[in-house]
Design a protein. Structure first.
Length: 250
């Protein structure tokens, strides 16, 4: 009986050992896949030298005086009715095996300022001003300017692997060429009829814009801020664009 029990224990132990030593084809495939993935992660860390990007941003837009104070009076822009959006594409290049990543590309942006009360742009031959319109029940008054921009930025990219897969912080600037500019009003006239007017004349907008930019993000999600170094108008109210946008980079 004792020999029989020992034989049973030996058979069970041998069977378990054999079962553990022989993995299925699926288990072996999973082990190889994990091993190859680990090798891939180790190799690409700080070694992926370039990456194309496409981004979309949307958020708040306003303008400030030379003293970095929000415009008030007739030039006041209502916070929740002043916004901007951007769409762009380009490339990012990592400097050797460092966290430094250089970004360049082309972006289209639209900046909208919602003027308060009955205020609107009033132009003359050589300048433009913001004044209240009389005998008008203003519903909405907006100034809209769009640009084609070239962003140039340097990022610190702390991704565990690749580019834009972790925490990033970037600073730089952008230069833009104005491609459109107009004002739009929706108001009730003296007869109570709703009127919609879009004016595209010469409002003395600057042809070029240039300014500073910064970006903070994690992975594909980015928070971008910007400050223009030159005013919106060549001959007009004092004001430089500022914006804070939330976006995604693909």
């Amino acid at each position: 009986m004792h020999r029989f029990c020992c034989l049973i224990i030996l058979i069970v132990f041998t069977f378990n050992l054999h079962a553990q030593s022989e993995k299925t084809d699926e288990d072996k495939w999973k082990d190889r896949l994990q091993e190859n993935y680990d090798i891939y992660v180790r190799k690409v860390k700080y070694q992926r030298e370039h990456l194309p990007w496409v981004d979309v941003h949307f958020g708040l837009n306003n303008w400030v005086t030379n003293d970095f104070v929000l415009n008030d009076g007739n030039a006041e822009a209502e916070l929740l009715r002043s916004w901007a959006w951007k769409f762009g594409m380009g490339g990012k290049y990592r400097l050797s095996k460092t966290p430094l990543v250089f970004q360049f590309g082309l972006q289209f942006s639209v900046h909208r300022l919602g003027l308060s009360d009955n205020n609107a742009l009033v132009k003359s031959e050589n300048s433009v001003d913001i004044q209240p319109l009389e005998d008008v029940d203003m519903i909405r008054s907006q100034v809209v300017v769009s640009y084609m921009n070239i962003p140039l930025m340097v990022h610190l990219d702390f991704s565990d692997y690749g580019i834009d897969n972790g925490f990033t912080f970037g600073i730089g600037g952008e230069v833009g060429l104005r491609i459109n500019g107009y004002q739009r009003q929706i108001f009730n006239d003296q007869f109570g009829d709703e009127m919609r007017v879009k004016s595209t004349g010469n409002y003395h907008f600057q042809t070029l814009r240039y300014g500073l930019a910064a970006q903070l993000g994690y992975g594909s999600y980015k928070l971008s801020a910007g400050y223009d170094l030159n005013p919106v108008f060549a001959n007009g109210p004092e004001g430089r664009m500022v914006y804070l946008l939330l976006g995604i980079v693909l």
